[in-house]
Design a protein around this ligand. Structure first.
Ligand code: KQY
Length: 363
């Protein structure tokens, strides 16, 4: 594996869209006891369901610690590869490499990871093992690695259409805990250099209460070029209403990199999901404080799905909005099987199915 200090765009690389073909997918087995209730017992089962759903149409690699290696091997079928690798937690979207291609090969980008805000408002300390994963994964997948370690970015904070457009949120990318020394224009230029994009669509916000500073992957996702789903509520008393409405206004008034108007599909949210007493009781403390409080609202959204080669793996919450959300995704992805996974035990960790996956494109 070579470490590259040039920039991907100038070398002819770009980031494909998630709906383009993949050669595989990476996940990390959960065990952190202040993220996952009861040391991750239920979370591991939910992660295993996600892995199995993806493995129906792509090669899945799961990174597990020495302590969890046996559990992972036991819970996951033989066609899923398990490798031992250290991490601080289990969010492959945010610290596995972002892969780019030039049509002949893939390379990985190693961003700087600081646990969603570093010492400003990060969610845990230290994050050193997470931050080293991209490099190890490039090595494992035989991909040269672009060193972008001077720039803080998580994979969940960006979505691309593979045709020059990127969507993100100001709440995250312009936050003090990411790259406060850079202007919005400098951040755009960095994204362009790294991902080969020429247009950034800046949404203001994401999902209410999303502890990542409102990653885009919970509020809005491309389903094809110039077509997105947007997390939506019709409840005007919900703080999410104004946030989603503003996103809609921005998307309706934007054009993508190719000058096309963007079609927006409203994907209605489940009723608010709150942390229960049992879940809270199973969590260890962070820095002498409770990791979560009973009644805290979680950032539940159907937009946090993963687009696999022949399937879309989506979260279910046991809500009456589950089936309508499935139906909408069935209509939007007629070529793919929609596979729901009951995801409450992932959501209580602070993210969802998209956040725990990272696709490896084919070149
Ligand atoms: O949503 C994500 N991409 C990560 C969520 C991290 C939450 C940590 N508790």
């Amino acid at each position: 594996m070579k470490v590259l200090h040039t920039n991907p765009r100038d070398d002819g690389f770009h980031m494909p869209a998630e709906f383009e073909p993949h050669s595989g997918c990476i996940l990390i087995f959960p065990e952190r006891s202040d993220s996952w209730a009861y040391g991750g017992y239920k979370a591991r089962k939910a992660f295993a369901e996600v892995c199995k759903a993806i493995a129906k149409s792509e090669k899945v690699t799961v990174c597990a610690s020495f302590e969890q290696y046996e559990n992972a091997r036991y819970l996951l079928p033989d066609n899923i590869r398990v490798v031992e690798m250290s991490s601080n937690d289990a969010w492959a979207r945010d610290y596995a490499p972002t892969f780019v291609t030039n049509g002949k090969k893939i390379c990985g980008i190693n961003w700087s990871f600081n646990a969603w805000g570093g010492l400003e408002n990060g969610l845990y300390f230290p994050w050193d093992k997470d931050d080293k994963m991209a490099r190890k994964l490039c090595d494992l997948f035989d991909a040269d690695m672009y060193d972008m370690s001077g720039f803080v970015l998580e994979g969940g904070s960006i979505h691309t259409d593979g045709e020059g457009t990127l969507i993100t949120t100001k709440a995250c990318l312009l936050s003090k805990g990411r790259n406060p020394h850079m202007t919005k224009e400098e951040i755009e230029e960095k994204l362009s250099e790294c991902l080969g994009i020429s247009k950034v669509i800046w949404l203001e916000n994401g999902i209410y209460g999303d502890e990542t500073d409102e990653h885009v992957d919970n509020i809005c996702a491309f389903v094809k070029p110039a077509e997105v789903v947007l997390a939506w509520t019709d409840d005007k008393n919900d703080p999410q209403y104004a946030m989603s409405e503003r996103c809609l206004e921005i998307l309706e008034n934007e054009r993508d990199a190719k000058g096309r108007k963007i079609t927006v599909h409203k994907l209605r949210l489940p009723k608010p999901v709150y942390v229960g007493e049992e879940e809270c009781g199973g969590l260890d403390t962070v820095d002498f404080r409770p990791a979560r409080t009973v009644g805290e609202r979680l950032a539940a959204s159907y937009v946090n799905f993963y687009i696999a080669n022949k399937a879309v793996v989506m979260p279910f919450f046991g809500d009456e909005a589950d089936e309508p959300a499935r139906k909408m995704l069935e209509e939007l992805f007629p070529e793919r099987e929609i596979i729901p996974v009951y995801a409450r035990d992932i959501l209580t960790g602070g993210g969802n199915i998209h956040c725990i996956t990272q696709q490896i494109p084919v070149y």
